[in-house]
Design a protein around this ligand. Structure first.
Ligand SMILES: Nc1nc2c(c(=O)[nH]1)N[C@H]1C(S)=C(S)[C@@H](COP(=O)(O)OP(=O)(O)OC[C@H]3O[C@@H](n4cnc5c(=O)[nH]c(N)nc54)[C@H](O)[C@@H]3O)O[C@H]1N2
Ligand SMILES: Nc1nc2c(c(=O)[nH]1)N[C@H]1C(S)=C(S)[C@@H](COP(=O)(O)OP(=O)(O)OC[C@H]3O[C@@H](n4cnc5c(=O)[nH]c(N)nc54)[C@H](O)[C@@H]3O)O[C@H]1N2
Ligand SMILES: [Mo]
Length: 763
C-alpha cells in the first residue's frame, strides 16, 4: 500500500530546516496571528471576531478544550485559537460553481491543505456515483428537503438500524450532540463512534476503572496551587497554548515542572506571555526537569517511581490509602518487582535523572499529572495511565487542592459530547433516563467505535455513514483500508463547514450538508440562539456566535438533526422534534432531566462563566467504582520492542494545523518551514541507519499482518528526539498505522508507536 503526495495540487511541499526554537509565543506569535487572520477574514471581521473569543458574552474558541480563567483579558486568545477562528470565519466560499469546476476525480487529487483553503461551503450538495462517466462525477446543488428525503430513504431501506453509523467530531455543541444520540437511539442503534475513540478513550477507560469517572479531577485553580506539575506526552505550546499561562502562574507561586517527552518542545522550555509586557521580553522558563523518554516508556517510568516511593519511609499517604483505596497490597507486590535495568532500557533515561525526578516527587505535597496523546495512543496506553493513577493515589494526590489527574482534552467540546451520550457503550443508567424521559426503548447492545465502524463498512455490515463534523477518512488509521471501506457505503453524509478529504472519498451517494460554526450567528423562530460546551475541567458555559453566516442556506447542527429525524421517523417518533429547532432552551430542558449534574440547566448556564459539573473524586473523595474506592491496579509492565534497524515512529501535530485542517506548511517552533513531508530522527540513529540530513526516505511500516504500508518521499531532519524514536506529521502518515494496531481495552489506534524501516526514495 502506498500513499502518494497528491498530484495536480498547486501547493509545493519543499521543507526547509532551521534550528528549533527554545521559547513559545511572544511577539512572532502575535505577528503570525494577525497575518493569518487578516488573509482569511479581512480587517473588519478580524477585529470583530478576535475580541469576542472566550469572552463571557462571546463564543467559545473552536480551538482546544483548555478552560477559561475567571479574569479574562480583552484578547483572550492564543495564536492557534486565532488560526482556528480565522479558518472558520474566512470570507472565502465554496459554491456550486466550485463543484462544477472540480469533479470528484479532481477533488481526490488535492491535498487537505488545498481543500481547506477553498473556504466555507454554502449549499447542500449531492453526488451520485455512476450518474456520469467515471472521472466526470460531480457534486450538484440540491434542496434541503431532497437531502433529508435521501437520508430517510437510505436509512429506512437498511436491513437493521445497526447498519447505520453516526460519527461525531468534538466541535459539536451539547445541544446538537444530545439530539444526535437521541435520534440514533430512537432509530435503533448505539453506533455512535466519535473522535474521542482516537483521542482520550484510553484516559476514559483507565480513569473510569480506577477513580470511577472518566474525566480530569483538577480545576485551573488547582494548577495554580500545585507544588509539582508533571506534563507527560503533551505539547501545550502548540496544542493548548493557554495552558502555558497556567504553568507560568504555577511557577511564579513556586511550583516545579517535570516534562516527560521524547522531544524537547519549545513551549515547555520557555513561555513568552503575550498578555504581559514583561513576559513578552524576558519570558519564563517552565521546565525544571526534562525527562527525554523513549516512546512508550512511561508505564515503566511511573512503575519504578512508585516502587521508590514505596521504599521511602513516610512517603506513602497511609491514611488516604487505607480509607479511600482498594487493591493496594496486590499493587505493592507488583511494584516491588520493578527493575532498574529494565526501566533504564524502556525509558532511555539515566539513573540520575530518575533519582532527580523522585526527589521532586517526594518534596511535593500537591502533585498534578497532565497528559495528552503521547500517553493515550499506544498499545499499552490504558495500563500506562492506570500507573499514573497509582502514582497519584500513593501520596493521596486526588481530591485535594493543587493535586489530581489532568487529561488535557483535544477538541473544544469533545468532553461535552460524551457527557451528552455520544458513546457506543452507553451506561444502562443513561439509557434508563432516556427511556423514562422520551418513552421509547433505546437499544441496549453496544455499538461500533471508530475502528469497528471501519471494519463494519469494509465487511459490508454497515452501509450508511453520517458524520456530524470532522474528517473521518482523514483522521482514521490505515488510510487505504479506510478509503476502500468508505467507498463501499451506499450513502455517506457529512455535516461540514469546510471541505476535506472525506468529501472526496464517498459512498455510492454522498451528501455535503453545510452548517453554522461557533462564530456564526444562529437565529431560529424564537430568536437568537446560543449553544453550550464543556471544557477539559468540567465547566459548562454558553457560546454565542456573532458573525453573519457564510450564506443564507446554511442550517445549524441542531436543525439538521431535527429535520433528519422528522424525515426518517415521521409520525412513528415519540419525540416532539419541531420544538427543539425553534428554541434550543427546550433541548436544554430535556438534557436537564436526563443527564446528572444538569438540573436547572437553563438557569445555571445564564450565569456568566457557566457552572461546574459535579465530580465525586474531586469534590468529596467519593469514588463511584465497582469497589466504591479508588482502585490501585497491577498490570505487567510493557514497552515497545524494536527490531534491529527500525525506529518507533510517532505521528503528531505541527504548529500550523488543527488535526486534519492544515493552516500552513510551517512548524515554527521546530524550525521546519514550507513543507510537511519530513521525518525527525536522532542524529546518532540517523548515522547508524545511513540517513543523511536532507536526504529523502520512504517510511515503511511493519506489522504482524505482513502487509507493507509505505509513505514515500520524506525529507530526513536530524533532530534531538530520544534514541530509537522518530516523528512525522499526521495525517500524512496515517497510511502507516495498521487498523488492527490499537490500544488494549480502549481500542484507540496506536498512532504514537508505529514500527518503521527506512528505504531511500527512488526518483
Ligand atoms: N493548534 C492545535 N491545537 C490542538 C490540536 C491541533 O491539531 N492543533 N488538536 C487538538 C486535539 S484533538 C488534541 S487530542 C490535542 C493533542 O495535543 P497533543 O497530545 O499535545 O498533540 P500531539 O501533537 O499528538 O503531541 C503529542 C506529544 O506527545 C509526545 N509523545 C509522543 N509519544 C510519547 C510517549 O510515548 N511518551 C511521552 N511521554 N510523550 C510522547 C510528543 O513528542 C508530543 O509532544 O490538541 C488539541 N489542540
Ligand atoms: N495518526 C494519527 N491520527 C490521529 C491522531 C494522531 O495524533 N495521529 N489524532 C487523533 C485525534 S486526537 C483526533 S481528535 C482525531 C480528529 O478527528 P476529526 O475530529 O474527525 O478531524 P478534524 O480534522 O478535527 O475535523 C476537521 C473538519 O471538521 C469540520 N468542522 C469544523 N468545524 C465544524 C463545525 O463547527 N461543525 C461541523 N459540523 N463541522 C465542522 C470541517 O469540515 C473540518 O474539515 O484524529 C485522530 N487521528
Ligand atoms: Mo483529539
Amino acid at each position: 500500500m502506498v500513499s502518494k503526495p497528491p498530484a495536480g495540487d498547486p501547493v509545493q511541499d519543499a521543507p526547509q530546516v532551521a534550528a528549533p526554537k527554545h521559547a513559545a509565543a511572544g511577539l512572532p506569535a502575535i505577528g503570525h496571528t494577525l497575518l493569518m487572520a487578516q488573509q482569511q477574514m479581512g480587517l473588519r471581521r478580524t477585529a470583530q471576531t478576535l475580541l469576542k473569543v472566550n469572552q463571557k458574552d462571546g463564543f467559545d474558541c473552536p480551538g482546544c478544550a483548555w478552560p477559561e480563567g475567571d479574569k479574562r483579558h480583552t484578547a483572550e486568545f492564543c495564536e492557534n485559537g486565532a488560526k482556528a477562528v480565522a479558518e472558520e470565519a474566512t470570507l472565502r466560499r465554496v459554491t456550486p460553481d466550485f463543484f462544477a469546476a472540480h469533479p470528484l476525480a479532481d477533488l481526490a487529487t488535492r491535498s487537505g491543505y488545498w481543500l481547506g483553503q477553498q473556504g466555507r461551503i454554502t449549499q447542500p450538495m449531492l453526488l451520485e456515483r455512476g450518474a456520469l462517466p467515471e472521472g466526470a462525477e460531480k457534486y450538484q446543488a440540491i434542496s434541503w428537503e431532497r437531502a433529508f428525503e435521501i437520508i430517510a430513504e437510505e436509512l429506512n431501506a437498511l436491513g437493521s438500524p445497526d447498519e447505520a453509523l453516526f460519527y461525531t467530531s468534538g466541535r459539536t455543541s451539547n445541544e446538537a450532540a444530545f439530539l444526535l444520540q437521541l435520534f440514533a437511539r430512537e432509530f435503533g442503534t448505539n453506533n455512535l463512534p466519535d473522535c474521542s475513540n482516537m483521542c482520550h478513550e484510553s484516559s476514559g477507560s483507565a480513569l473510569t476503572e480506577t477513580i470511577g469517572i472518566g474525566k480530569g479531577s483538577v480545576s485551573l485553580e488547582d494548577l495554580h496551587q500545585a507544588d509539582l506539575i508533571v506534563v507527560a506526552g503533551q505539547n501545550p505550546g502548540t496544542n493548548h497554548p493557554r495552558m502555558l499561562s497556567a504553568l507560568e502562574k504555577a511557577k511564579a507561586a513556586g511550583a516545579k515542572i517535570i516534562s516527560v517527552n521524547p522531544l524537547p518542545e519549545a513551549g515547555l522550555e520557555k513561555f513568552k506571555n503575550p498578555q504581559t509586557p514583561q513576559g513578552m521580553i524576558k519570558g519564563a522558563a517552565l521546565t525544571d526537569l526534562f525527562l527525554q523518554i523513549r516512546i512508550g516508556g512511561d508505564q515503566a517510568l511511573f512503575r519504578l517511581l512508585n516502587k521508590l516511593i514505596l521504599e521511602t519511609e513516610g512517603a506513602v499517604d497511609e491514611l488516604f490509602v487505607r480509607e479511600h483505596t482498594h487493591g493496594y497490597e496486590e499493587f505493592k507486590a507488583a511494584a516491588q518487582e520493578a527493575d532498574w535495568d529494565e526501566t533504564l532500557a524502556a525509558t532511555g533515561l539515566s539513573r540520575t535523572e530518575i533519582e532527580r525526578a523522585l526527589a521532586m516527587v517526594l518534596a511535593s505535597k500537591r502533585t498534578i499529572v497532565c497528559w495528552a496523546m503521547g500517553l493515550t495512543q499506544h498499545k499499552h496506553a490504558v495500563p500506562t495511565i492506570r500507573e499514573v493513577v497509582n502514582f497519584l493515589l500513593l501520596r493521596g494526590n486526588i481530591g485535594r487542592t493543587g493535586a489530581g489527574v489532568c487529561p488535557v482534552r483535544g477538541h473544544s467540546n469533545v468532553q461535552g459530547d460524551r457527557t451528552m451520550g455520544i458513546f457506543e457503550r452507553p451506561a444502562p443508567a443513561f439509557l434508563d433516563a432516556l427511556e423514562k424521559e422520551f418513552g421509547f426503548a433505546p437499544p441496549r447492545h453496544h455499538g461500533y467505535d471508530v475502528v469497528r465502524s471501519i471494519e463494519a463498512l469494509r465487511d459490508g455490515k454497515a452501509k450508511v455513514f453520517f458524520a456530524m463534523g470532522g474528517n473521518f477518512v482523514g483522521a482514521t488509521p490505515d488510510t487505504e483500508v479506510t478509503e476502500a471501506a468508505m467507498r463501499q457505503a451506499s450513502l455517506t453524509v457529512h455535516v461540514s463547514t469546510k471541505l476535506n478529504r472525506s468529501h472526496a472519498v464517498t459512498g455510492r451517494r454522498a451528501l455535503i450538508l453545510p452548517t453554522l460554526g461557533r462564530t456564526d450567528k444562529d437565529v431560529q423562530k424564537s430568536g437568537k440562539q446560543f449553544v453550550t460546551v464543556e471544557d477539559s475541567m468540567g465547566m459548562v458555559h454558553a457560546s454565542r456566535g456573532n458573525l453573519t453566516p457564510a450564506g443564507p442556506r446554511l442550517l445549524s447542527e441542531p436543525a439538521i438533526v431535527v429535520r433528519m429525524a422528522q424525515a426518517t421517523l415521521g409520525t412513528k417518533s415519540a419525540v416532539d422534534w419541531a420544538e427543539f429547532e425553534k428554541d434550543y432552551a427546550t433541548i436544554r430542558d430535556r438534557i436537564a432531566r436526563v443527564v446528572p449534574g444538569f438540573e436547572d440547566f437553563n438557569k445555571k448556564v445564564a450565569h456568566p462563566g457557566g457552572f461546574q459539573l459535579p465530580h465525586g473524586p474531586r469534590d468529596e473523595r467519593r469514588f463511584p467504582t465497582a469497589t466504591g474506592k479508588a482502585n490501585f491496579t497491577a498490570a505487567p509492565v510493557e514497552f515497545p520492542a524494536l527490531p534491529e534497524g527500525r525506529l518507533l515512529l510517532q505521528t503528531l501535530r505541527s504548529h500550523d494545523q488543527y488535526n486534519t485542517t492544515i493552516y500552513g506548511l510551517d512548524d515554527r517552533y521546530r524550525g521546519i518551514k514550507g513543507g510537511r513531508r519530513i521525518v525527525m530522527v536522532n542524529p546518532e540513529d540517523a548515522r547508524e541507519l545511513g540517513l543523511a540530513d536532507g536526504s529523502y526516505t520512504d517510511l515503511v511500516s511493519e506489522w504482524k499482518d505482513g502487509v507493507e504500508r509505505r509513505a514515500p518521499g520524506f525529507r530526513v531532519v536530524h533532530y534531538p528526539t530520544a534514541r530509537g524514536c522518530a516523528a512525522a506529521y499526521y495525517p500524512e502518515t496515517n497510511v502507516l498505522v495498521p487498523l488492527g494496531s490499537t490500544a488494549d481495552i480502549s481500542n484507540t489506534p496506536a498512532s504514537k508507536s508505529v514500527v518503521v524501516r527506512f528505504e531511500r526514495t527512488q526518483e
